[in-house]
Write a protein that binds this ligand. Structure first.
Ligand SMILES: [Zn+2]
Length: 249
């Protein structure tokens, strides 16, 4: 009998230590490139929030962070905010190998989908490349295309005053939100329905993207901010499939 109690106690201790040693999720933010996209200000919105969710968060402003293969492998998530830069073949290989191996990648606007125009391998991973924003800063609407997906569940259609991104996109993308072009600025684009939020696989990794977020103030729109938060968690395999990522007020 005593032996049985000891065994039960031992198992309880082991379970307890197992919980204590449960791996903390790790995220790396990489920002840089074209400053008008306010990459640092945007990272300063989302990095502290991810820390509050229990992630170990590191912030870098050099693509050389993609050269440390062992370190990248230890991550759960890379968040990139780098518009219009050049990536070396070595940096590109480091990043792509990490995602192929199972590290998630998430980002927004030009920081993910207008990053390295000469790198088709990178574009193959992200699933889209920005090509135009007819009219510049305009009013447009975002339609939730998949209200059941955990990244968009509970959200309703919303309005933006920003750049309406026209992208060349990969048919593999699972599109969660869209926008319709009015044709007011480039009339041949009238009624084109363009993805605004998507997720997709790349190897063993998860890719999350939204075209929202031209400047940091765009994330004052609650839906835009919430979509990025949930997208980061989804890419890091940390999003519960049964509800929003944060408590509503
Ligand atoms: Zn922009």
């Amino acid at each position: 009998m005593k032996k049985r109690i000891l065994v039960v106690l031992l198992m309880a201790c082991l379970a307890g230590s197992g919980l204590a040693q449960e791996k903390k999720k790790k995220a790396l933010f990489v920002w840089g490139g074209w400053e008008n996209h306010e990459p640092k200000q945007c990272v300063d919105i989302f990095a502290p929030w991810l820390r509050e969710q229990g992630f170990d968060v590191e912030i870098s402003n050099t693509l050389d962070s993609y050269l440390d293969a062992a370190k990248l492998r230890s991550l759960d998530l890379i968040v990139q905010a780098v518009t219009l830069a050049d990536i070396t073949p070595e940096q590109e290989k480091g990043l792509l190998d990490a995602v192929l191996g199972g590290v998630g990648i998430a980002g927004w606007h030009g920081g993910l989908a207008d990053s390295f125009r000469s790198s088709v391998n990178y574009e193959y991973m992200i699933g889209g490349q920005w090509v135009a924003h007819p009219g510049g800063i305009i009013d447009y609407e975002v339609t939730i295309a998949d209200p059941k997906d955990p990244i968009t569940s509970g959200l309703t259609d919303f309005k933006m005053h920003s750049e309406q991104y026209y992208l060349q996109v990969d048919p593999i993308n699972q599109v969660l939100a869209t926008t319709r072009f009015s044709g007011r600025y480039d009339r041949w684009t009238k009624d084109v329905v363009m993805p605004v939020v998507w997720k997709k696989p790349f190897g063993k990794g998860r890719v999350f993207y939204t075209s929202l977020g031209h400047v940091a103030a765009d994330f004052d729109v609650p839906e835009a901010r919430e979509i990025v938060k949930r997208g980061m968690l989804w890419a890091a395999r940390a999003l519960k499939d049964d509800g929003p990522s944060e408590k509503k007020d």
